[in-house]
Write a protein that binds this ligand. Structure first.
Ligand code: ADP
Ligand code: MG
Length: 341
């Protein structure tokens, strides 16, 4: 090193804080990442406990696989993941996570306590970590699964803390993430408590049940089942009747291999399938699941993974449009609704 050399590697704690900015914008980002981890761990029931719209507490308790003591520690390392091993795996992704960044990012900007146990082990592990620094690691008695407590988000990054919006706005973002994941996984039970009030208690069941439990019983008569299978993709889900279309957006959901995505082009496929049956500027309700071989998609284009690329987008458009057209047509013809259950 000479006196003109000025480049230094950043200490891990700073690198982690910077990387955290990509993953954690607000409490809702933490809720999303932890829920996805619980889903990936094959949880059957997931509890969400929040205080002050997640500012002071976000706790997610799952009954999934849990972690060994070594993995519990490793899980907070950046780029540490059990979900991919080699670059080819990027084209086979079926899990929600794969970057191995969420827990490292969250631990860089909050006070985190994790209790985790695999069902086969008698004892579990407790890890306390804050600002990327492990404070405690010990064996403890705990339930199988993982219990993650995230306290005082951005406690060490005042600029980001001040950037947060009102509790009602932050809560809206959290509920958006929660509802998307709950819709994508009707087979999983979810509860959500905010400041000791129960906001949701969603029992495991069929998709139609989950839609009604989230949006209300009046949705039941408004839904038409939608299905189309081709060798490229299969589409399955529900659309709302044309009369049920609303001026406001927000109740339109595409899930690709169970991952929520935003896709304006595909949204257009749905609205054009309604073809004159809904007023200009109205948006139909829909919850559509697209199943596709992961080799045909790229989910790595956006850090929050809500945008993806299909290798043949025009075919996806055409198939979705055909599926929705059929559902709208069947509904118009028979006036009866084909329910799954
Ligand atoms: P990613 O999900 O991208 O792998 P994360 O930082 O979210 O990265 O998690 C790191 C690893 O920790 C995961 O790959 C997984 O092995 C483990 N892990 C995280 N959360 C849980 C959980 N709730 N149950 C079991 N294992 C978990
Ligand atoms: Mg993850």
């Amino acid at each position: 090193m000479t006196s003109s050399d000025i480049i230094q590697l950043l200490p891990d704690s700073i690198a982690n804080q910077i990387a955290a900015g990509e993953v954690v914008q607000r409490p809702a980002s933490v809720v999303k990442e932890l829920l996805e981890n619980a889903i990936d761990a094959k949880a059957g029931n997931i509890q969400v406990i929040l205080r002050e719209a997640g500012r002071t507490l976000i706790q997610i308790i799952d009954d999934g696989s849990g972690m060994s003591e070594t993995d519990a520690r490793m899980s907070f390392e950046r780029h540490a993941t059990s979900k991919i091993r080699q670059s080819e795996d990027l084209f086979r992704i079926r899990t929600m996570g794969f970057r191995g960044e969420a827990l490292a990012s969250i631990a860089a900007i909050a006070q985190v306590e994790m209790r985790t146990r695999q069902a086969d082990n008698e004892l579990g592990t407790l890890i306390k970590i804050e600002g990327s620094e492990i404070k405690t690691q010990e064996s403890i008695a705990c339930l199988p699964g993982t219990n993650l407590c995230v306290k005082n988000l951005f406690y060490n990054v005042p600029a980001r803390r001040n950037f947060l919006k009102s509790n009602s706005v932050e809560m809206r973002h959290i509920l958006d993430e929660f509802q998307r994941i709950a819709l994508a996984h009707p087979e999983v039970g979810f509860t959500l408590h905010h400041n000791d009030t129960e906001v949701f208690n969603l029992l495991p069941g069929k998709l139609v049940r989950r839609i009604i439990d989230i949006y209300g019983r009046n949705y039941r008569e408004q839904l038409a089942f939608c299905q189309e299978d081709t060798s490229y993709i299969s589409v399955r889900g529900y659309i709302g009747k044309p009369e049920f279309a609303r001026k406001t957006r927000g109740e339109q959901f595409f899930f690709v291999n169970d991952r929520y995505i935003k896709h304006n082009y595909l949204h257009h496929a749905v609205t054009s399938a309604f073809d004159g049956t809904i007023p200009e500027g109205s948006h139909p309700f829909y919850v559509l699941f697209i199943e596709i071989d992961p080799a045909h998609i790229d989910i790595n284009i956006h850090p929050t993974k809500t945008e993806i690329k299909f290798d043949d987008e025009r075919s996806v458009y055409a198939i979705i449009m055909a599926a929705v057209k059929k559902a709208v047509g069947v509904y118009n013809l028979s006036q009866s609704i084909d329910f799954e259950d």
